[in-house]
Design a binder for this molecule. Structure first.
Ligand SMILES: [Ca+2]
Ligand SMILES: [Ca+2]
Length: 83
């Protein structure tokens, strides 16, 4: 299920953002990496917030967000009116 929220261009921008913040380049966004990512988007999230977000979107339960989970998260943020 590729989400239909984003255009191909937006998906490639989001993938870039993902790559920028995947500091250890393991293809997953960890709690710490997501914390940095949210900061770069101008959001103030606590580590607890971020942990909660990861738990909600971590469909394969590996404790981090892979690309698909991350895109789901971004689609969700958009649907509640955050860019
Ligand atoms: Ca990573
Ligand atoms: Ca995961």
């Amino acid at each position: 299920m590729v989400n239909k929220v984003f255009t191909a261009e937006e998906v490639s921008e989001l993938k870039q953002l993902f790559a920028q913040h995947d500091s250890d380049q393991d293809g997953r966004i960890s709690t710490k990496e997501l914390l940095n990512l949210t900061k770069s988007l101008g959001e103030t999230a606590s580590e607890e917030d971020v942990l909660f977000v990861i738990k909600s979107f971590d469909t394969n339960n590996n404790g981090a967000l892979d690309m698909k989970e991350y895109l789901d998260l971004m689609a969700n943020l958009r649907s509640i009116g955050m860019e």
